[in-house]
Unconditional design. Structure first.
Length: 159
């Protein structure tokens, strides 16, 4: 009969301090954090990078659509990559863990956060305003020279 170790640790989920303190992890929503823990809990050893986790197992912790949004957010932030697609193909989803989250930087700009929508962390960019301004200038026969202050025809006051 095998000996049982006295001071053995219980099973745990391996997450580094670097991941916990990263900007990408701080930006994740709570369902995405739970989904990441559920996926990481499926790892059997340190070398394993791919896990198989069906949506039906996640229903114990959250609704299917919440889990689907969490998976999309984790993919967008670079924590996981979907390697096998299930659903209509009658297969189980498979995920690979990536280190792309290390390269995540906070978006810079004059973004406006949508409140009360599913795209809570998405930002409205001002690209549409720039395109309409460029179109207006071209209709008037002027061109934008591409400087930071947005002058027309390279002059200071835009005349």
């Amino acid at each position: 009969m095998a000996r049982k170790r006295k001071n053995r640790l219980p099973p745990f989920v391996y997450i580094t301090k670097k991941m916990l303190t990263s900007a990408a992890f701080k930006k994740l929503s709570n369902p995405s954090r739970v989904a990441l823990l559920l996926l990481r809990a499926q790892l059997k050893n340190y070398e394993q990078t791919e896990v198989v986790y069906p949506y039906s197992h996640a229903q114990e912790y959250m609704k299917r659509d919440t889990f689907a949004r969490a998976i999309k957010e984790l993919e967008g932030m670079g924590f996981i990559r979907k390697t096998q697609y299930g659903g209509l193909y009658r297969r189980t989803n498979a995920y690979t863990f990536t280190d792309s989250w290390e390269a995540y930087n906070e978006p810079v700009g004059n973004g406006i956060l949508y409140k009360g929508s599913r795209k809570r962390d998405s930002q409205k960019s001002d690209f549409g305003a720039n395109k309409s301004r460029k179109r207006d200038c071209q209709e008037m026969g002027n061109t934008i020279d591409g400087t930071e202050n947005g002058t027309v025809d390279g002059t200071e006051n835009g005349t």
